[in-house]
Unconditional design. Structure first.
Length: 628
């Protein structure tokens, strides 16, 4: 039953959490069904079968056979409703799935000419299955599969996880149209948007994807690759974003291809430049899945077969020798962006006769790079455009004079970031540097613990973070139902890490970071079985890259007990997410390196997870090898 249960859920395309929500049970209950340690009650199994039929999860032509097999497997353990099963697998009858009050039509022995497969699940009287105090229809609520829009009978599920834009995209209309036109061409399956750091590839790609979401039957899926640097994690990251799980060690890519094979979907892969070795997998994916398209943002071309490239240009700039009238300057995208961002920090800021020339020359000096313009505009609260230009001219001249090996625009961006950093006070600089150890962002609580861990900051970390947000060196991302996260753009984070290493604080800050996430893992483990399970699963998911960083740091620095405690307390999280390969990798490493008498509680948890996963994957013969 356990293997049938796992196969059915993954074919439907739901996570354990999603299925648990649909059935009105805990995530732990679903995990136990898939482990074979418990079995669903009759009403839950009925819901599961109905969902499988609705989503066409059973093999065409073998529906009745597969449903009976699933039912019989569970019947060995619990008493189920044989009459309901008989009715379910009987020949189709022309009835509606919803509403549940629809009367069952009499069976005439003839199948309707064009009866949809979904229609052979009828209206069910489930009142006699309801538990004490449970309304019979309490579990019949709409399903929202893989974070997409709610499914409706007869309509495909549409995926959409694009973030809402924080501000209007300025000056990219021509590029939007050109990229959209390329993606609509049948021959274009893989399109890479290239350009230097800070040129606006991500914002442009997200806008194009949002424009095309109605074109793709199954919508758009944004996959954030900035937090990872290991090419081997690209496929798992795509699968996890889509809501799939590693059902069997080594077969995740095949599962991903099987899931996407009949999907008409746009995959948006952001920040691919640090995982370029994974590019061949994208070619394999589009060859196996004929209706998907992949839009990539990268600082470098992928250089794979079938790739189309679109080079993202800087924003349009005026001619410095022939500046137009102030009212016409706003027709240039770089100027319009600078003014927009200046008004976000200084609402009464306007382009005028007095400051027009200075603003134009700021934009020209910054090469029309959106990120540089945003960083400079953030200073408009304190500096006039004329004063800003004077400081900027001096700083850029000093910082770019000795770096002729880098492209001009890259020099300009780095110089702008360095200039912004130098304008911070000493406490802000310390906080800025230390925030760079977080991978994929962090909560304010985590920032306070890590940045203030050395107890050498006189100002509250919250105030320092607020100041960095004001200066556009940090961003804030709000997640529904979750604490806001602090994010640092990768280009800025790279610079901050360099400064952290140069300050001599890298080692100590990484240690504080690792200890914080060890404490978080130990706090989360019991919460995964309580009423706050979903909250903690989400939190660990958002911090997956920070947890990986803590694991790697513990291993690299021979903190064997810490590594075992981390892995042992993350075991149930990995299992519930289906991250079997990652769980086996870290738990086996920790068990192998730690002495037998170290962290006994964590060792027991680790051995239990190894046993659970090995049994789940049908690898019980490896239990003694791995535990020994």
């Amino acid at each position: 039953f356990a293997q049938m249960m796992l196969t059915l859920r993954t074919t439907i395309g739901m996570t354990q959490a999603g299925l648990a929500d649909q059935l009105g049970v805990s995530r732990r209950a679903v995990a136990e069904w898939e482990a074979g340690s418990s079995y669903p009650k009759a009403e839950r199994l009925k819901q599961l079968v109905e969902l499988g039929v609705q989503q066409q999860a059973f093999a065409t032509g073998r529906e009745a056979e597969e449903i009976r097999a699933l039912w019989r497997a569970a019947h060995q353990k619990v008493l189920l409703d044989e009459a309901w099963l008989h009715d379910l697998v009987a020949p189709p009858v022309p009835i509606q799935l919803f509403p549940q009050t629809e009367a069952r039509a009499p069976h005439t022995g003839e199948e309707p000419a064009a009866f949809p497969r979904i229609g052979w699940v009828g209206a069910l009287d489930v009142s006699h299955f309801a538990g004490p105090g449970e309304h019979p229809d309490s579990y019949l609520h709409p399903w929202t599969p893989f974070n997409g829009e709610k499914a409706t009978t007869g309509s495909p599920v549409r995926f959409q996880n694009l973030p809402p834009p924080l501000a209007a995209l300025i000056g990219r209309e021509q590029q939007e149209q050109a990229i959209s036109a390329l993606l609509l061409k049948p021959a274009v399956r893989l399109l890479t948007l290239t350009g230097t750091a800070g040129i606006g590839k991500t914002c442009l790609a997200e806008k194009v994807a949002a424009d095309l979401i109605e074109v793709f039957t199954h919508g758009v899926c944004l996959v954030q690759l900035a937090p990872i640097s290991d090419p081997d994690l690209v496929v798992p990251t795509i699968a996890q974003t889509l809501g799939l799980r590693d059902v069997e060690e080594g077969l995740l890519f095949e599962s991903l291809k099987a899931f996407l094979r009949d999907k008409h979907l746009l995959l948006l892969l952001d920040n691919f430049e640090q995982v370029l070795a994974a590019a061949p997998a994208l070619v394999e994916l589009i060859l196996a899945c004929p209706s998907i398209k992949i839009l990539v943002t990268s600082r470098a071309v992928l250089h794979v077969e079938g790739e189309y490239e679109f080079s993202v240009p800087p924003l349009s700039l005026p001619d410095p020798l022939h500046l137009p009238a102030p009212e016409e300057l706003l027709h240039y995208a770089a100027v319009a962006l600078f003014v927009q961002r200046a008004q976000m920090v200084q609402p009464n800021f306007v382009l005028s006769e007095g400051n027009a020339a200075a603003i134009a020359h700021i934009c020209i000096r910054l090469d029309g790079l959106p990120l540089s313009l945003e960083l400079a505009a953030a200073r408009s609260k304190l500096l006039s455009p004329q004063a800003l230009l004077g400081r900027l001219n001096h700083r850029l001249a000093v910082l770019t004079s000795g770096r002729q090996d880098a492209p001009t625009r890259q020099q300009t961006l780095r110089a702008t970031i360095s200039w912004s950093y130098d304008l911070l006070n000493a406490q802000e600089q310390q906080c800025f540097r230390r925030l760079a150890v977080f991978v994929g962002g962090c909560t304010l609580e985590a920032a306070e613990a890590v940045c203030g861990g050395a107890a050498d900051l006189s100002l509250p970390v919250m105030d320092l973070v607020a100041s960095l947000l004001d200066k556009s060196l940090l961003q804030q991302s709000d997640r529904a139902g979750d604490e806001p996260r602090l994010l640092m753009l990768e280009t800025i984070r790279e610079y901050a890490l360099e400064r952290l290493a140069a300050s001599g604080e890298l080692e100590s800050t990484e240690e504080i970071h690792a200890m914080y996430f060890l404490a978080l893992a130990e706090q989360s483990e019991p919460e995964l079985f309580g009423h706050r399970q979903r909250l903690w699963m989400d939190r660990l998911t958002w911090d997956a890259e920070n947890l990986r960083a803590a694991l790697k740091w513990s291993q690299t620095h021979q903190r064997k007990e810490q590594l075992l405690r981390l892995a042992g307390n993350l075991g149930h999280f990995w299992y519930m997410c289906g991250r079997f390969s990652e769980a086996m990798l870290w738990i086996e490493t920790a068990l192998r390196e730690a002495a037998p008498d170290v962290a006994v509680s964590a060792r027991i948890k680790s051995l239990y997870i190894v046993a659970l996963i090995a049994s789940h994957l049908g690898q019980s013969d490896l239990l003694f090898v791995r535990a020994g």
